[in-house]
Ligand binder design. Structure first.
Ligand code: SF4
Ligand code: MG
Length: 320
């Protein structure tokens, strides 16, 4: 399949300032040299603990944040080259779904108006056309015409996320970046929303970047998965390969720490020792070395680069 999104060497460094003179005292490498590509129609999951840089990566894909360096090629266009207006136009094609849709839904607008707003902002002014597209997307997202006349506070969390998804889809984008879209929902509602996202993907031929700390959610929805640790991609592979035969010690520990679903064996196996180091002061060499059971001398001095060990399976680790 053809590549829709190609991310190369993406970095986001935040300056740390301190002291009386407010001088730059260091940098937080929130995202440090991340590269991956996403094919048209597929779901690329990004998984990692909080603070690993996955949300920052997601925001840079839409230029909600401008990267320190690196390129985001979307459908052959380098987004950094677009001026403000051209980027605004491009946003029709790249939309974001957030963890908490309620925070971004105007409480004074009805659902119908919330969905009509992006259309109007992008020049769809014909009233019949706006109504047609709003009702189509409402139906596709499992919302009724009657519900469209209500306000966001009248809805449950799951329904609000349906509204958030409908708003993201109303401009008929090609790419959706979903950042923890089901993390705030009850487990039973989570699977409804995940199924909805998959149905919409099939109907509209959408491509997803799906960001979550929850490994089972990512597995459920993703074709391929990238694992992030302290601002870097440490392993990328097909979802199946990655979950069945993880190669990076961090991926292995993450998977081993997932609670076992069998209720008679309700315990959490936790192999992960210690805290995540601060990205302001990351370890030299492999960032995972302080927690890695396989660390050797070289791990503390030389940073492992991502290398392809099998077709489509990349790992950044000195063990290989
Ligand atoms: Fe562990 Fe070394 Fe591999 Fe890092 S490079 S994950 S410290 S074995
Ligand atoms: Mg799919």
């Amino acid at each position: 399949k053809e590549v829709l999104l190609d991310v190369r060497g993406l970095k986001m460094y935040f300056e740390l300032r301190g002291g009386l003179l407010h001088r730059v005292t260091g940098h937080v490498k929130a995202v440090d040299d991340v590269s991956f590509s996403v094919r048209r129609g597929e779901t690329f999951g990004i998984v990692g603990e909080s603070g690993c840089g996955k949300s920052t990566t997601g925001r840079m894909l839409l230029r909600l944040l401008d990267p320190t360096s690196g390129t985001v090629l979307f459908d052959g266009v380098d987004l950094a080259q677009l001026n403000r207006e051209a980027m605004r136009q491009k946003r029709r094609e790249i939309q974001m779904v957030f963890q908490d849709p309620y925070a971004s839904l105007n409480p004074r607008m009805t659902v119908a108006d919330i969905l009509a707003e992006p259309l109007r902002a992008h020049g769809v002014t014909d009233r019949a056309e706006v109504e047609r597209r709003v009702s189509e997307i409402l139906a596709a997202c499992g919302l009724s015409a009657e519900q469209a006349r209500r306000y966001p506070h009248e809805f449950s969390g799951g329904q609000r996320q349906r509204i958030g998804i409908a708003r993201a889809l109303v401009l008929q984008p090609k790419l959706i970046v979903a950042d923890e879209p089901v993390s705030a929902l009850d487990v039973s509602i989570q699977s409804q929303i995940l199924n909805l996202l998959q149905d919409l993907q099939d109907t509209y031929g959408l491509t997803y970047v799906f960001i979550s700390h929850d490994l089972s959610v990512v597995r459920h929805i993703s074709d391929r998965v990238g694992v992030m640790y302290l601002g870097r991609m440490v392993e990328i592979g097909d979802a199946e390969t990655l979950y069945e035969k993880p190669l990076h010690p961090y991926t292995q520990s993450l998977l081993a720490a997932v609670p076992i679903p069998d209720p008679t064996q309700r315990r959490e196996r936790t192999l992960l020792q210690g805290d995540v180091p601060s990205p302001a002061n990351p370890p030299q060499g492999c960032a995972f070395a302080p927690r890695c059971p396989h660390a050797t001398e070289i791990c503390h001095t030389k940073r492992p680069e991502l290398q392809e060990l099998a077709p489509g399976h990349q790992v950044a680790c000195h063990l290989y």
